[in-house]
Each structure stands twice: as C-alpha cells, then as structure tokens.
Design a protein. Structure first.
Length: 204
C-alpha cells in the first residue's frame, strides 16, 4: 500500500502521536518533525519522562488523585479542611478548582461520570470509596462539583441517593456555571464564585 511518508519510522511515529486527543495527522507530523530536529539526548529525556510517568505514577489512596506518593499533596496538606470534600470527575477538575484559590477542602476524584450509553455505570467509578470516606463520620460536607451535563446530573442524583442517609451536608455549585459546561473549562472567577456561594443540593 502506498505510504505518503518517505519513512515507515516516520509514519509509525506520526500514527502514535495522532492517537492523542485533539491531535490530527498534520499536528502529529509537526510534533514528530520537531522532535526529529532536536538533539538525541533531548528526545531521550522526553521519552523517558513519558515512560517514567506511566510506570511510577500512583493514585492517591484517599482521594484517587494522581500522585508521586501513596497520599497526594492535597490530602497531606495540614492546612486543608479534611471534613470538606469536593467531588469532581477527573484530575483536570481538581486543578481547575485549586487554581481558583477559593476552596479550602480536599477532593474525591470519581474518574468519570455515569453514562449508560458509553457503558459506564456506578461500579466503574470511585463511588464506593467515596461512600466509605463519608461513612467514617469524619466528613461534614460534600460539594458535588460535576459538569452541568446530562451525565453530570445523573451522577449527582445517584451520589445524593447513596449519601443522603449519612449525617453530611450535600451541596452543589451555585448557578454561575452555565448548563452544559464542563468544570475544567469554566473561568477561574466564575468557578471560584460558584464554589464559595454553593447551595444545598435538591432533587429536581
């Protein structure tokens, strides 16, 4: 079969880069050619960083955030309010909330949202570990900071039903975050205000 690239090695590299989200073939080719023009030691350092990340990255045993240690820096921070847990979809949302500098609690990363169409159910997410944290009795408030999408709403509803029997306050972001918005793309000012002015979660 005809290969549009002058080298099979180049073709393989471009194909691998093109598998990354948001990277098309043209962008992949640009990235590969950029690396090809870099000194060999720089490319080796780049490659080793990716391999090292994959081999050694951990999930915090408390909140399931990514970490170099068994317990992440946020959960280890003595200045954080451990009784206040913000439930988010993924690591990007942790960074978004932290960047507002308006939140003083810790997190729980679900690792996704309930989405039957995509074959993702409650058992595929870090929901059991969240319930265990709440059942310990050391949590006073849960902030549901999930995207304002059908999947986010479904997950909010499910979590509320799972946690309602415990003596814990359940809140959600204020209405500054528009319907259909994903948390990681909301600007810091709006997100920070929505966290500070969070409201009691109520079933529709």
């Amino acid at each position: 079969m005809y290969n549009s690239y002058p080298s099979k090695l180049l073709d393989n590299a471009v194909s691998e880069f093109a598998k990354l989200p948001g990277i098309g073939k043209k962008t992949a080719l640009r990235l590969v050619l950029h690396l090809l023009n870099k000194p060999e030691e720089d490319v080796i350092i780049f490659g080793n960083a990716i391999v090292d990340l994959k081999k050694n990255i951990k999930r915090c045993k408390v909140c399931r955030n990514i970490s170099d240690k068994d317990v992440c820096e946020i959960c280890s921070d003595e200045h954080k309010n451990k009784k206040l847990i913000c439930v988010v979809e993924n690591i990007n949302d942790v960074l978004a909330v932290e960047n507002t500098s308006r939140y003083e609690g810790v997190f729980h990363v679900l690792g996704g949202l309930i989405s039957p169409m995509d074959g993702i159910g409650p058992d595929n997410l870090e929901i059991k570990s969240l319930v265990e944290r709440v059942s310990s009795g050391d949590v006073s408030e849960i902030v549901l900071a999930l995207s304002s999408t059908p999947e986010g709403d479904t997950t909010n509803f499910y979590l509320y039903r799972k946690l309602a029997s415990y003596n814990v306050k359940i809140t959600t972001l204020a209405k500054g975050v528009s319907v259909g918005s994903e948390i990681e793309y909301v600007d810091e000012l709006t997100l920070g205000s929505s966290i500070v002015n969070r409201v009691k979660f109520e079933l529709m």
